[in-house]
Design a protein around this ligand. Structure first.
Ligand code: ZN
Ligand code: ZN
Length: 424
């Protein structure tokens, strides 16, 4: 058999790779684009088209997005109810992919690495030691996971090195970034601070669940509320995040888990996940908080709001037990919305708090959660109810709006083996 000399073989392989390589060049690919707020739910939420993704600038990483999924925040953003969705933009914030190329100065990831793009960026040890990040004072002491280093740019839909890295393939219109990661494009460019490297044997088709939903729910229970064994809890909203809250409460040994939703079709899953009681507010007269207080002889130890409704946030606070009950706001409300309650509720010892990304640090958090998943500490599959190819992304929006899905995995480059609902 003919064999090339090893040296020559290496030369041929690298020069071929270089010839076809996209490194340093713009990439044309397919992406979902949100051109204008779409509040008519009978119309497609986003449009699918060809865009051009520029090479990464200094301290930036270009990623091939392999799988994405979407959550309530994407519904709000597409409808123009998110103040940080700057139209036109490339949406999406839950995904997993592979590093395609890196810009100058990038040291923590390399081409070929598997990554979860993190909307909650995390700066580096060097930044912390020099106090370079606006929130590092609290970060160093473990008081917050909200690194502020690139926050001003990601919130404005641009990159720190200036401008954007997306433009429409036809015409020259530039497209904003979203949450610093924009993962409904086959390729995206993010800050190095947002690139959460995960282990090489990570299953990328499941990893998008670790980009937002599961860390948010698990962390709300374990990091923010710190629920103890024997607790009585109430969970408002039984989507993916609500279910992951129930799962975590069960895991830490809560003895009573009250699951609340206005859609009774969600109760079967809640019970399977570990809820002990279900309550449909529509079946009761009077405020739901009064019902929960009656059911629990005074209120719950911990309550979690996972709907994004400010009225539900109030109910969740007010069903917490006088003297010690703690209520955690987990859902993201529409931009400009405000919460209210009587100050008496707080004076008498209830605590009202909230969580973003479950209190996990971005890059470290996703790596740790993937290790935990690979060690069998929790399962991801039960949260994946549907699969669609990228061209059907609007079906994923429809399923979520209708409350028919938990997470729909969007296959960004190929067709899934089963399109639609995951076969039982
Ligand atoms: Zn999300
Ligand atoms: Zn920082």
């Amino acid at each position: 058999m003919f064999r090339l000399h090893p040296q020559l073989s290496k030369f041929v392989t690298t020069s071929v790779a270089r010839r076809f390589s996209t490194v340093g060049k713009p990439i044309e690919c397919f992406s979902a684009v949100a051109w204008k707020p779409e509040t008519d739910f009978s119309k497609p939420a986003v449009s699918l088209e060809k865009i051009i993704v520029a090479p990464p600038a200094e301290n930036e990483v270009r990623i091939r997005i392999d799988y994405s999924t979407l959550c309530g925040t994407d519904l709000q953003a597409a409808a123009g109810k998110d103040n940080e969705a700057h139209f036109p933009f490339v949406p999406g914030h839950e995904s997993a992919g592979t590093v395609e190329s890196i810009g100058p100065g990038v040291t923590t990831v390399k081409p070929g690495d598997k990554v979860i793009p993190c909307y909650q960026a995390q700066c580096f040890a060097d930044d912390l030691s020099k106090d370079q990040c606006p929130r590092c004072r609290g970060y160093r002491k473990g008081k917050t996971n909200l690194c502020g280093k690139v926050r001003g740019f990601t919130g404005a839909g641009v990159m720190r090195a200036g401008g954007v890295r997306f433009q429409g393939a036809e015409g020259q219109q530039e497209l904003h970034h979203f949450m610093g990661i924009s993962c409904f494009s086959q390729y995206t460019v993010i800050h190095e601070e947002s690139a959460g490297k995960i282990r090489d044997d990570s299953p990328l088709s499941k990893a998008p669940l670790l980009a937002c939903a599961l860390p948010t729910g698990f962390g709300a229970v374990m990091n923010t509320a710190k629920v103890e064994a024997g607790s009585i809890v109430a969970v408002f909203g039984l989507g993916t995040v609500g279910l992951s809250i129930i799962e975590a409460c069960k895991r830490v040994g809560a003895t009573r888990i009250i699951a609340i939703d206005t859609n009774p079709e969600k109760f079967e899953r809640a019970l399977a996940w570990g809820a002990t009681d279900t309550v449909n507010p529509k079946e009761h007269d009077g405020p739901i908080q009064d019902i929960i207080i009656k059911m629990t002889n005074g209120g719950v130890d911990y309550s979690f709001e996972a709907t994004g409704s400010v009225d539900v946030m109030r109910a969740a606070l007010e069903c917490a037990h006088i003297g010690w009950g703690k209520s955690v706001v987990v859902g993201v409300a529409a931009g400009g919305a405000e919460i209210s309650t009587r100050p008496f509720q707080l004076v008498t010892g209830r605590t009202w708090t909230g969580t973003a990304f479950g209190g996990f640090r971005g890059r470290e958090g996703v790596a740790q959660l993937m290790d935990d998943y690979m060690d069998g500490k929790f399962d991801i599959d039960p949260y994946i109810t549907h699969n669609v190819p990228l061209r059907d992304i609007n079906e994923a929006f429809r399923l979520l709006r209708a409350g028919e899905s938990l997470r729909t995995i969007i296959w960004m480059h190929e067709d899934p083996p089963h399109i639609g609902a995951v076969p039982a």
